[in-house]
Write a protein that binds this ligand. Structure first.
Ligand code: SF4
Length: 59
């Protein structure tokens, strides 16, 4: 579950380096992403709903 793709999403540049799916070079390795939310009126109101915190148990 929640496996990373082994290919980057070529159309997505993501700077959220705290996300499980983030990959060095500002790539997203999620199989797909969902962006929220409906009726947003500016880019500030949009967010990646696929974001998942990194597993920090390995510190
Ligand atoms: S899932 Fe969303 S927040 Fe996470 S790396 Fe991909 S685009 Fe960025």
């Amino acid at each position: 579950m929640d496996q990373k793709n082994h290919e980057h999403n070529p159309g997505v540049k993501c700077l959220v380096n705290t996300c499980h799916y983030y990959c060095q070079g500002d790539h997203c390795d999620a199989p797909k992403i969902e962006v929220q939310h409906r009726n947003a009126t500016s880019s500030k109101e949009t967010d990646c709903a696929t974001f998942k915190p990194q597993n920090q148990s390995m510190s």
